[in-house]
Design a protein around this ligand. Structure first.
Ligand SMILES: Cc1cc2nc3c(=O)[nH]c(=O)nc-3n(C[C@H](O)[C@H](O)[C@H](O)COP(=O)(O)OP(=O)(O)OC[C@H]3O[C@@H](n4cnc5c(N)ncnc54)[C@H](O)[C@@H]3O)c2cc1C
Length: 413
């Protein structure tokens, strides 16, 4: 039998798995059906703008990302910790700047005094930060296994704090609008956000998986491959049969289970509507049944995202929220988003040119039911991807590491 290993799928998980197999001395090759690497981490170039598929950031605190990426080489730059929250007050928008008091102590004191949150909620945030941040990373998966929303109310947060802050932030991360996602996932993300930075690579999010592909070498990556599985060790690739010592399936076989979807709208603006490098959360999204969860200006962080003198404004609308409010077409979503933007930014936003309206289906999988610190390995074959743990680069990379280890062990037996 051939000593070659086939990895089907050149998303982040497949690439990382192949890299680890190559590092261990195996002859790994990646077969990808599309004509680019990166899977869901994709970037288009439109009229000189770098347009990522969805608002997509890297977290420098993810343990697996630290092992996988060279953030300096990627030219990564960070958003400011904290956020701006906008809400309509007597028909005028009010913008609250919320700094992270632990990482920006001076601005944090000012945020504490701006009356967005009650002193009790501020105290609860501090306690949450302390408890989610202490101990080994694995401990975030200990304890309760309830929904995020139940967890936040168990910790005593007021509904105002949940609806105006946690809801727009975490519905936009989990891509679901009930905060039904497992509290363990919430604790993990909250810990990562408080310990590290949210960054964008200089050349768009696709540059991250591309950096792994470059290390493997494009000679081992076969794009636009039509793969049919014959049996555990045999594949029909572009009509020709090949046998392998092992085959890794780095994709989900049930994409319908990745049912969390998102609308992302990208605009070409004369200048940035935000006065700082934060993301803007819509504090009214739940209370006033609005569409926009959050707005970011990637070109404020990475000027390479827009041509000289222009700004890229990126708007996130959680798919299930659009569904429940009855918005299902591109034109309807765009028109409502433009209305909400105009209510905050006035006339200037009516001049923004829409570059793209992306409806990204099957964006994220449901996290595993009994989420722990170890990804599932699959039962009857080698499989990896974020669907084996939780929908994030961390889930994809951790799964890749575990599966690569399982392949190595099985072939060395
Ligand atoms: C809009 C959006 C925003 C996100 N934001 C973040 C974020 O901010 N932070 C974060 O950590 N994560 C984020 N994620 C999640 C992150 O992108 C994913 O967790 C990660 O990219 C999953 O990688 P993967 O390799 O498991 O799967 P995929 O990227 O889906 O890769 C699977 C690959 O397999 C290929 N493939 C499938 N079937 C076949 C076949 N039969 N033959 C050959 N090839 C095949 C596919 O074409 C694809 O390239 C976001 C995802 C989306 C969609």
């Amino acid at each position: 039998m051939s000593s070659r290993i086939a990895v089907i799928g050149a998303g982040l998980a497949g690439l990382r798995c192949a890299e680890l197999l190559c590092d261990a001395g195996f002859d790994a090759h990646v077969y990808e059906r599309e004509n680019r690497v990166g899977g869901r981490m994709a970037t288009d170039s439109i009229d000189g703008f770098l347009v990522d598929h969805g608002f997509h950031v890297m977290q420098t605190a993810y343990p697996t990302s630290k092992r996988t990426f060279d953030f300096t080489q990627l030219g990564a730059k960070a958003f400011e910790p904290g956020a701006i929250v906008v809400q309509q007050r007597s028909s005028k928008p009010k913008f609250w700047r919320l700094a992270d008091p632990f990482r920006r102590p001076f601005q944090g004191v000012a945020s504490g005094l701006n009356r967005f949150a009650s002193p009790f909620d501020l105290l609860r945030v501090a306690r949450l930060r302390f408890s989610a941040g202490k101990g080994a990373i694995e401990t975030v998966y200990d304890g309760g296994n309830d929904s995020t929303s139940a967890y936040l109310s168990k910790r005593g947060f007021s509904s105002s704090m949940v609806d105006r802050f946690f809801h727009p932030l975490f519905s936009g991360i989990f891509l679901e609008d009930e905060l039904k996602t497992n509290e363990r996932m919430f604790r993990f993300v909250f810990r990562m956000m408080s310990k590290g930075d949210m960054v964008l690579p200089r050349n768009g999010i696709q540059a991250a998986p591309e950096s792994v592909a470059q290390r493997i070498g494009y000679g081992r990556i076969h794009l636009s491959s039509k793969v049919e599985v014959r049996d555990d060790n045999t594949l029909l690739i572009n009509g020709k049969e090949h046998s392998f010592a092992a085959v890794v399936h780095a994709y989900t076989t049930s994409p319908a289970e990745n049912d969390r979807h998102v609308w992302t709208l990208h605009f070409d603006a004369q200048h940035s509507p935000l006065g700082s490098n934060h993301i803007l959360l819509n504090g009214d999204v739940k209370l006033k049944k609005q569409l926009i969860a959050h707005v970011a200006v990637p070109s404020d962080i990475q000027p390479s995202y827009a041509p000289e003198g222009r700004s890229l404004v990126t708007v996130t609308v959680v798919g299930s929220n659009a569904d429940s409010l009855g918005f299902s077409t591109r034109d309807d979503v765009l028109s409502q988003v433009q209305t909400e933007l105009a209510s905050w930014f006035g006339e200037q936003s009516s001049e923004w040119r829409c570059l793209a309206v992306q409806h990204i289906r099957h964006a994220l999988p449901e996290p595993l039911d009994d989420l722990g610190d170890t990804p599932s390995l699959g039962t009857d074959r080698f499989e990896c991807g974020d669907h084996m743990m939780h929908g994030s680069a961390e889930g994809a990379l951790l799964s890749a590491e575990h599966t690569a280890q399982a392949v190595i062990q099985s072939l060395r037996q």
